[in-house]
Design a protein around this ligand. Structure first.
Ligand SMILES: Nc1nc2c(c(=O)[nH]1)N[C@H]1C(S)=C(S)[C@@H](COP(=O)(O)O)O[C@H]1N2
Ligand SMILES: [Mo]
Length: 215
């Protein structure tokens, strides 16, 4: 079963998804501590069901200079599932699709799990991770990310709610079965399309649970 292609982010039309309000500037929103980046203790791992069965791990220097990983700029809004949208972020970084090309998942893989520092995670359909606007961002607005916004590397999935955009990204897993990430386990929607207002898990077919808090 192949997932539907993602909704393109209509940031360029200046519209907000239903139930969102625009905020000035760029608020910081996350659960837990901010990473103090130590290059000697950092790596990015690709693990799980890779096509060749091998894991990868790059240290920071290897990763940012990797010859097979190009750069793109994506301009998009960031929609927190709690209702606030910060607008017009100019993200710069590595297209997630290039990572998939470099380390392809096994044919049976339908989802990825993005893993961040301190155990944060977000599950994504492969099609959402592979979307042309999904980026492993190093910069925003021409400057390196600040610590509280995810330095040195964050995932940005502009067409989904902010909880999918894991800050302080450390690993990408190709799971063999679907699992829920941090907020998805705590009552937030497994898909998280803001244009369909998929905020809460209880909106998923066959569920009647409410969220905790956050997201
Ligand atoms: N590691 C990590 N990443 C995270 C979160 C978190 O708690 N931990 N929160 C998410 C949520 S709910 C949102 S809305 C965005 C907010 O990003 P910002 O702080 O850059 O605005 O980060 C996401 N990424
Ligand atoms: Mo959020």
């Amino acid at each position: 079963m192949s997932p539907k292609p993602p909704t393109p982010p209509p940031a360029d039309r200046g519209e907000l998804p239903p139930g969102q309000r625009r905020v000035r500037g760029w608020p910081v929103s996350h659960y837990g501590p901010v990473l103090v980046f130590r290059p000697d203790r950092w790596d990015l791992r690709i693990f799980g069901a890779t096509a060749d069965g091998r894991e990868r791990a790059w240290n920071w220097a290897e990763f940012i200079a990797h010859p097979a990983l190009p750069r793109i700029t994506v301009v998009a809004d960031l929609h927190c599932a709690q209702g606030v949208t910060s607008t017009d972020h100019e993200w710069f970084g590595i297209p997630a699709a290039s990572l998939l090309e470099l380390v392809p998942p096994a044919a049976a893989v339908t989802h990825v799990m993005a893993w961040a520092e301190y155990g944060y995670s977000a599950n994504l359909r492969l099609a959402d991770f592979a979307a042309p606007t999904t980026v492993l961002a190093t910069h925003r607005g021409g400057e390196a990310l600040t610590a509280e916004h995810g330095f040195p590397l964050r995932l940005v999935v502009p067409h989904l709610y902010g909880y999918k955009s894991a800050k302080w990204l450390r690993a990408v897993e190709y799971p063999t079965e679907e699992r829920r990430g941090f907020w998805e386990e705590r009552g937030y929607h497994t898909l998280g399309d803001p244009w369909r207002e998929q905020r809460y898990a209880h909106q998923e077919a066959g569920s009647n649970e409410g969220p905790d808090h956050g997201g």
